[in-house]
Design a protein around this ligand. Structure first.
Ligand code: FAD
Length: 426
C-alpha cells in the first residue's frame, strides 16, 4: 500500500527524506518536523506496519511545558525509590516523571504525516544503497524503489558486533483496575527493588498510577535471560502482593510486554554518509537503564531544527561517549556480580540530588556532576570493572569481528488479559 504518484520500477520515487521504520523514533521525527513548521519537503515513510493504538507505554522524565504535555496520561513530581533497606520519596522539581501511551503519539504522527504531505509505503525496506549523493532504498513486495537525499533508519537491527556485556531489560506490566481507591495518584513508584533478586541480574517493580483506581504495575528484570510466560505472571503476582494490593476487586485490563537491549555493543548512528540511524537501532537505548524515549525525543527535535534551517538532518550522538563508557563499566560490574543492583541504585539516590541522578541517566549531566555521581558508587568494584573493561577492549581489538546475535523482538502490549487473569479478580 502506497499513495500518490505514478511511480514504476523504472522510475524511482524521488524524495528529500525517507524514514525507514515508522515506530517511536519516526513518530517523534514527524511530529517535530510539523512542530518546527517544515514544509515543502518531499517525505516518504516506509514501514509494513501502520502503528496505531496502544502497543507500549513510555515513561520518562523532563521539564514540564513541552508539546507532549497535552498527550500525557499522567505525570508526577514525586516518585518513590524503594530498596529492602528503605523507601524514599523523591521530589523531582523542576523535573517531573511522565507517562505517555503510544496511541496519542501515533495519532499525532499520523496528523503530522498528513500536514507534511508525506507518502506512506506499506512495505518493508530491504536493500539500502548510499552512493554518497543519494540513497536508493528497495522495498519488498510491490513497493516502489525510493531514492532519497537522506534516510532516517529506525528499523530494529542487531548491534554491529557483540557487546562485552549483553543483557536484556525484559518486563511485563498489568494495567490494573480496582473497585475501590488503592493507588496514590500523586506519586509514582520509579523503582522498587524489594522484589526477590534473580541469581544473575537485577529485578524491580514499579507503579504508574493514572488515578486512585487505575495503574500500570510492572515487573522488570535486567539480565541475560528472559523468563517464561508463567514466570512473568508469578513475578507480577508476587509484586502485587508485596504492594499489599487486595486480591479481590482488582482486574487486569491490559497486558504489556517488552524486551529492550542493555548492552555496550555498538549501534552505529551513521553507517554511511547519508543514512542516519535513530531510535534503538541508532543507540538511543541507554545501556544501563534501557530508557530510550528522552534521547529519541531530543534527537527528533535536532533533526527537525536542522531541516528547518536547511541543514543536514544529523543529530548529536544519543549519549556522550563518556556516558557510554560509564555504562559499559556499570553493566560489567552488575553482570560480574561485584555490585548489587539495589545497592547500586540505593547509593546513587542516597548521595545525589534526584535531579542530578535523573539527568545523569538521560546523559545530560556535566563532567563535574558525573564525577560526583561516580564517587557515590563503591569504588573498589568499579575500579575492577574499569580495568576489566579496558582489558576486554584490547582483546576485542586483537580479535576478528564476530556478528552480533539479534536482540529478541519486543513482544508488545496485548489488549486482552492473559489466560487465568482475564477480566476477573487476580
Ligand atoms: C513495551 C515497551 C515499553 C517501553 N517503554 C519504554 C519507556 O517507558 N521508556 C523508554 O524510554 N523506553 C521504553 N521502551 C523502549 C523504546 O522507547 C521503544 O522500544 C521505542 O518504541 C523505540 O523506538 P524505535 O523507533 O527505535 O523502534 P520501534 O518503535 O520498535 O519502531 C521500529 C519500526 O520499524 C518497523 N520495521 C521493522 N522492519 C522494517 C523494515 N524492514 N522496513 C521498514 N520498517 C520496518 C517496525 O514495524 C516498527 O514500526 C519501551 C519498549 C517497549 C517494547
Amino acid at each position: 500500500m502506497w499513495q500518490r504518484g505514478a511511480v514504476t520500477d523504472s522510475a524511482p520515487l524521488d524524495v528529500d527524506l525517507a524514514l525507514l521504520g515508522g515506530g517511536g523514533a519516526a513518530s517523534l521525527v514527524l511530529a517535530a518536523l510539523d512542530r518546527h513548521g517544515v514544509r515543502g519537503l518531499r517525505i516518504a515513510v516506509v514501514d509494513p506496519v501502520r502503528r496505531r493504538g496502544q502497543d507500549r507505554t513510555w515513561a520518562f522524565w523532563g521539564h514540564p511545558g513541552s508539546d507532549l504535555d497535552p498527550l500525557l496520561s499522567a505525570s508526577w513530581q514525586r516518585v518513590e525509590v524503594a530498596t529492602p533497606a528503605r523507601r524514599r520519596v523523591l521530589e523531582l522539581a523542576p523535573l517531573r516523571y511522565a507517562m505517555l501511551r503510544s496511541g496519542p503519539v501515533y495519532d499525532r504522527a499520523a496528523e503530522a504525516e498528513r500536514r507534511l504531505g508525506a507518502i506512506r509505503i506499506g512495505a518493508p525496506a530491504a536493500a539500502v544503497h548510499d552512493d554518497g549523493d543519494r540513497v536508493v532504498v528497495r522495498t519488498g513486495g510491490d513497493g516502489p524503489t525510493v531514492r532519497a537525499d537522506w534516510v532516517l533508519d529506525s528499523r530494529p537491527r542487531p548491534p554491529a558486533r557483540p557487546g562485552r556485556t549483553t543483557w536484556l531489560q525484559h518486563f511485563r506490566g498489568w494495567w490494573l483496575e480496582s473497585d475501590r481507591p488503592v493507588f496514590d495518584p500523586d506519586r509514582a513508584v520509579l523503582m522498587d527493588f524489594r522484589t526477590p533478586q534473580p541469581r544473575r541480574g537485577v529485578s524491580f517493580g514499579y507503579v504508574l498510577p493514572v488515578s486512585d483506581r487505575y495503574a500500570l504495575v510492572e515487573y522488570t528484570e535486567f539480565g541475560p535471560e528472559l523468563l517464561t510466560d508463567a514466570g512473568y505472571d508469578a513475578a507480577l503476582t508476587g509484586y502485587r502482593d508485596l504492594l499489599g494490593l487486595p486480591g479481590d476487586g482488582l482486574r487486569v485490563r491490559e497486558v504489556e510486554n517488552g524486551v529492550i537491549p542493555m548492552t555496550d555493543a555498538p549501534f552505529p548512528a551513521r553507517p554511511t554518509p547519508r543514512v542516519v540511524r535513530l531510535g534503538t537501532a541508532g543507540g538511543a537505548t541507554r545501556p544501563s537503564t534501557g530508557f530510550t524515549f528522552s534521547a529519541m525525543y531530543r534527537q527528533a527535535d535536532q533533526v527537525a531544527r536542522a531541516l528547518a534551517a536547511g541543514r543536514a538532518p544529523v543529530p548529536a550522538p544519543a549519549y556522550p561517549r563518556r556516558h557510554r563508557w560509564m555504562d559499559a563499566v556499570a553493566l560489567r560490574a552488575l553482570d560480574r556480580g561485584s555490585v548489587g543492583g539495589p545497592e547500586f541504585f540505593d547509593r546513587l539516590f542516597d548521595r545525589n540530588p534526584p535531579e542530578r541522578v535523573l539527568r545523569f541517566l538521560d546523559g545530560t549531566t556535566s563532567p563535574a556532576e558525573e564525577v560526583a555521581v561516580m564517587n557515590s558508587t563503591r569504588l573498589r568494584p568499579m575500579i575492577a570493572a574499569t580495568a576489566g573493561d579496558a582489558a576486554h577492549r584490547v582483546r576485542d581489538r586483537l580479535r576478528p569481528t564476530r556478528p552480533a546475535p539479534a536482540i529478541p523482538a519486543a513482544v508488545v502490549a496485548t489488549p486482552t488479559p492473559p489466560p487465568g487473569t482475564g477480566n476477573r479478580s487476580t
